[in-house]
Design a protein around this ligand. Structure first.
Ligand code: ZN
Length: 246
């Protein structure tokens, strides 16, 4: 895996979008590909490094992160988002909003460091179900992380446009309050699936899921309707754990 920072930015309508690599994390094939036919994943080794990629959306007025990565505790192999931002000349104080697609540690570990929120001026947007789920797991790392940002949380309970052109959509299954993000500008549309998808090789087999998924049957329905939306509307798709510049 390359250690140097290599962001990839592109203009998307009126927005500038930057893909930030948080690094990669070691997983087993069994974990990453539950309920998956063996022949579909015969080329995947038993253990491998799963990519971690997250988006920064600059609307021109607001800087919005989609998730916060593992966090600096995990450097140097992951938790590199702040280095990526620094490379863009962006400091943590510049971030206005962090969308929490769901609260697994690879997506929220970076919200705080040693108990202190990393993005001091940001609001963190989370579904109410996601917060409720983790508040019932007081021994989890995720609970500890969410507690540190409780004063900066903004809860949503229905599909919601947080800024003009950035829509949050409830996509339950992977977790109760999992969100997908729809980014729309000047006639273009990009959908961020977050973790309802695991790897491109399983796109034809919707039962396949990451073993951390809490409700795989609901997850499968969510995958179906999400991918139907992707194909029907000819939109771009971004998936956090798909291979990209690692
Ligand atoms: Zn993940």
């Amino acid at each position: 895996m390359k250690k140097e920072v290599e962001n990839w930015s592109f203009q998307f309508g009126a927005f500038k979008i930057t893909v930030l690599s948080d690094g990669a994390f070691p997983v087993s094939k069994e974990f990453f590909f539950a309920d998956t036919p063996a022949d579909l994943i015969a080329h995947i080794p038993d253990k491998f490094d799963a990519p971690l990629n997250f988006l920064l959306i600059d609307t021109g007025e607001k800087k919005v992160m989609v998730d916060a990565g593992f966090g600096e505790d995990y450097l140097p192999t992951r938790g590199r988002l702040l280095l990526c931002l620094q490379h863009e000349g962006i400091s943590p104080e510049d971030i206005d909003t962090v969308i929490i697609t769901h609260a697994h540690i690879d997506h929220i570990g970076g919200v705080s460091h040693q108990g202190v929120p990393v993005f001091p001026k940001a609001n963190y947007v989370i579904r109410e179900e996601e917060w409720a789920y983790w508040m019932n797991k007081p021994l989890s790392m995720e609970f500890g992380k969410l507690k540190t940002i409780k004063d900066q949380l903004m809860f949503v309970s229905s599909d919601f446009e947080i800024y003009p052109g950035i829509f949050l959509q409830h996509a339950p299954g992977h977790t109760d309050g999992h969100l997908t993000v729809s980014i729309q500008s000047e006639g273009e549309r990009l959908l961020v699936s977050s973790d309802i998808l695991n790897d491109p090789c399983t796109l034809q087999h919707l039962a396949s899921h990451i073993a951390a998924e809490v409700a795989p049957v609901i997850g499968m329905q969510t995958r179906f309707s999400f991918l139907e939306e992707v194909s029907r509307q000819n939109v771009l798709l971004f998936v956090c754990h798909y291979p990209f510049q690692v």
